[in-house]
Design a protein around this ligand. Structure first.
Ligand code: FES
Length: 104
């Protein structure tokens, strides 16, 4: 049986060749996402939280974009510090970081 997690974050690692529509990778998502995963492991959350790279999440204009399940909360995460705040508050403690939530 596949392993399940209490919380699963997907970060967009998509990169476009053209500049017509900015992509998360061009805004630094790879560094943020890989450092976030490393920090998650260092905090001992590996057995309950998953951090996974994804393709385009359809939120390109406000990327780097992330989504956290099971709540389905969308985040715009411009810096590593913002990602670490999501890790410490939302992933570790279930507290949504409202200031980074992508609104309709
Ligand atoms: S390129 Fe990241 S959401 Fe589209």
């Amino acid at each position: 049986m596949p392993k399940t997690f209490r919380c699963h974050l997907f970060w967009c690692g998509h990169e476009r060749d053209d500049d017509a529509k900015a992509s998360c990778a061009k805004r630094g998502s790879w560094d943020i996402g890989t450092q976030l995963k490393k920090a998650m492991r260092e905090r001992g959350l590996r057995d309950e939280v998953a951090v996974t790279k994804s393709g385009c999440l359809g939120q390109c204009s406000v990327g780097p974009a992330m989504i956290v399940y099971p709540e389905g909360v969308w985040y715009s995460v411009p810096t590593l510090e913002d990602a670490l705040e999501i890790l410490d508050k939302h992933l570790a403690n279930g507290e949504i970081v409202e200031r980074l939530v992508i609104k309709d």
